[in-house]
Design a protein around this ligand. Sequence first.
Ligand code: ZN
Length: 210
Amino acid sequence: MNFTPVRTPLLLQHAFRDVIWNIPNEKKVIYLTFDDGPTPEVTDWTLNTLDCYRAKATFFCVGENVKTHPDIFERIKANGHAIGNHTHNHIKGWKSSTQDYLNNIEKASSYISSKLFRPPYGQIYPRQIAAISKLKYKIIMWTILSLDWNNQVSKEKCLKNVIDNSSDGDIIVFHDSIKASNNMMYTLPKVLEYFSKKGFEFKRIPESIL
Ligand SMILES: [Zn+2]
């Protein structure tokens, strides 16, 4: 799977039913997710910003970043957010054998105790989905891409991507990485403000989906 539309087409969601695209039947709830951290310059700021709105989120961490920044990883958990596995070295499913891919996920799991998994770049083969699911991981994709990492996307467009497209039960992708920080740091507070005023709550991906 690989795609860059802001909102994941329903056709694609239906084609891959073994993964999670949204949390259905959740009225006035949005699921913010942050990939690729922990990153000292960005993750602490993200945690402080979420706290201002009493928002909870899910952080899909890269194992080697957790190894380097265990203190920030502990702070994510202490603040009540969920964590997920995003491989140990941020590897591409399409460029990895299924066994190598599983090994990299398992390596990350010695630092990240979670059965939520998100494939880097959204790249994953159906046989890899099957193998990962067999290990009792739940694969969490997304409903909305903010495209915060893309330097062709302005910060105003990044905000518009989220505001114009998000609704009940949607899973939104941001990145707590240096690369995405310009767009993400502009967009996140405005998204929190906008949807809070509309009566939305921000929750972590619930354990009940496992
Ligand atoms: Zn990633």
